[in-house]
Design a binder for this molecule. Structure first.
Ligand code: AMP
Length: 281
């Protein structure tokens, strides 16, 4: 596996790859890699001749300094994981390489970012849009792989790719979970072991909502989930939304809805965890 720290060197290397007309699959990450990330690399490997990953904890998308500081970093382990997945190239830039000067450009995504992650993490998606655009320009992949775990992020990037005519195809990969249902996340490493079992209640509440929606109104289901989560004093619910699976705007009733997203964010011991499921008919 080739490791690059400088954008110009990576671009130069990939120019030759592109000239030999093989397809490049790209997986951007913030590292502390787990099986969820690995599944994205496996998909990229299946569908492309060359797989490129990136590991960069993007300061621009953190609206909370403590969250940025405490974000897990395990670069040596990550390199081993990527080697074992058969990743061909990894880009690991320093902050100064990505942002020699603080970017002045910002991005906004209209209604899509007025809800959920956009609402509770001001500036987050602008930071995501900037870093993903920069990485797309550096790597110029044919296909880029993202996880459904961050559904709003995927939909925002989809909008951005359409609006800015990035010449690539996006692939959304399913959420990988621990045995008890907890969505895999780099942040799970920060959960104190004695609190870890409670974390699975986040996914359980989504399943409760999914079942309840078969016979109850949207409003009742929202109340049901709030009450359920209130039964776990260690969990602090930030939001639970029943939304249109494409626009992510809240829906009031599910009749005629072909694509429904159940989305949740909660704090456990100060660690912010998110999850979602899609109900597609
Ligand atoms: P991150 O390193 O958290 O920025 O995530 C990098 C990519 O991995 C994003 O596209 C995430 O949506 C995806 N990802 C994170 N967790 C999972 C998971 N449990 N299953 C599938 N994809 C995931």
């Amino acid at each position: 596996m080739k490791i690059f720290h400088k954008a110009a060197e990576l671009k130069n290397y990939l120019k030759d790859v592109r000239n030999s007309s093989v397809s490049i699959g790209f997986v951007p990450t913030m590292g502390a890699l787990h099986q969820g990330h690995v599944s994205l690399f496996e998909a990229a490997k299946r569908e492309n001749e060359v797989t490129v990953g990136s590991i960069f904890v993007n300061p621009l998308q953190f609206n909370n300094a403590t969250d940025l500081e405490k974000y897990p970093r395990k670069i040596n382990d990550d390199i081993r994981v990527l080697e074992s997945t058969g990743c061909d190239v990894v880009f690991i830039p320093e902050n100064e390489e990505m942002y020699p000067a603080a970017p002045v450009t910002t991005m906004s995504f209209g209604a899509l970012e007025t809800v959920m992650e956009g609402k509770f993490r001001p500036g987050h998606f602008s930071g995501v849009g900037i870093v993903v655009s920069k990485l797309f320009n550096i790597v110029q992949p044919h296909k880029a792989y993202f996880g459904q775990k961050d559904l709003q992020q995927f939909l925002i990037i989809k909008q951005m790719v359409r609006d800015l005519s990035f010449p690539l195809q996006l692939v959304c990969c399913p959420t990988l979970r621990e045995e008890d249902g907890l969505a895999m996340s780099s942040r799970n490493l920060r959960i104190p072991p004695e609190k870890r079992p409670i974390a699975s209640e986040i996914y359980k509440s989504l399943l409760i909502a999914r079942d309840a929606l078969k016979s109850e109104s949207v409003e009742n289901v929202k109340t049901r989930v709030k009450n359920y989560m209130a039964g776990f004093p260690d969990l602090e619910l930030e939001y639970f939304e029943i939304a249109d699976g494409e626009t992510l705007l809240p829906i009031e009733n599910i009749s005629n809805q072909k694509n429904i997203a159940l989305c949740i964010a909660a704090y456990l011991s100060g660690i912010r965890l998110i999850d979602n499921i899609l109900l597609i008919s």
